[in-house]
Design a protein around this ligand. Sequence first.
Ligand code: NDP
Length: 327
Amino acid sequence: MFKGILIEKDDAGYRAAVRDIDDARLPDGDVTVRVSHSTLNYKDALALTGKGPVVRKFPMVPGIDLVGTVESSTHPDHRPGDAVLLNGWGVGEAHWGGLAQKARLNGDWLIPLPSAIAPLQTMAIGTAGYTAMLCVLALEKHGVKPADGEILVTGAAGGVGSVAIAILSRLGYTVVAATGRPQDADYLRQLGAAEVLDRAQFTSPGKPLGKERWAGAVDVVGSHVLANVCATTRYRGVVTACGLAGGMDLPATVAPFILRGVTLAGIDSVMCPRADRLRAWQRLGTDLDMDKLGAIGHEVGLADAIPLASRLLNGEVRGRIVVDVHR
Ligand code: NDP
């Protein structure tokens, strides 16, 4: 038996609770992992609360991230005792995930622990931080350099935003943070933001084009915020879009793209090919100041993740939540 969060949906309703689960109920897979830590991402919060259609099979163990040790394996790349890490691949959505003391997985989804990052630090980074790195890699791929000008990060005090600020500032970019939490301005400056803006200036319907300001952007919000960011991006600037914290819609015009050559780069972490994941984690090891990670990550126990989910969706959680599944 092991402890895990189980999400159930039946005539009694949609509910999540910590349960004792029999090993025999673990799904198919060629690697069994003793999980040490998982995390609480925006998507996990949607799964735990049922506020978004994230869970595709019931009952489900949520948790799109996990770190742990291989207990048994028939996969050629993984041996008992190996430290492994997992982000995404539909785990915690269609396949039992990391918010439990044990997981059985497809070994192709697992990656070895990056040598420069401690197990607990991988979860302080988690899918949110790895996605922030994918955004930075996309800015680089499209040629955005520190000398080109300011980079805007929206949803700045959240998980993706916090890690994006820390990485970009370490790489020498001038980072401007947009947040709905002015009380967290000191935190954002400590992570490396040169300026902190009130997100209210981006949340209402705007003009097709505005004054050019951003050389690049990392947007986690979508909707009017993303439309306004595109409209104020400089000639040939690059906007990376990875989130929908403010809405799934995109009420924009094509003006920034056809008149200013702005690039809108979509970022997906879930099905991201293995080579790109390994590159992102390797870059996190060199380009993220682990001291700043200490300010970003907070550790909680397994049962705490359930009430925290609603608070995260309300934008009340700062940075990243690491879940110790043995607490
Ligand atoms: P968090 O909840 O930690 O952060 C989201 C932040 O967005 C909040 O902290 C808040 O920042 C801001 N925000 C929340 N609601 C609104 C709103 N209504 N209007 C404007 N801003 C808002 O989530 P994560 O950082 O983990 O994830 C952010 C987004 O990125 C989510 O939509 C998530 O689904 C997506 N995501 C996508 C991935 C991918 O593969 N494409 C991978 C990981 C995440 P502040 O308080 O500073 O304003």
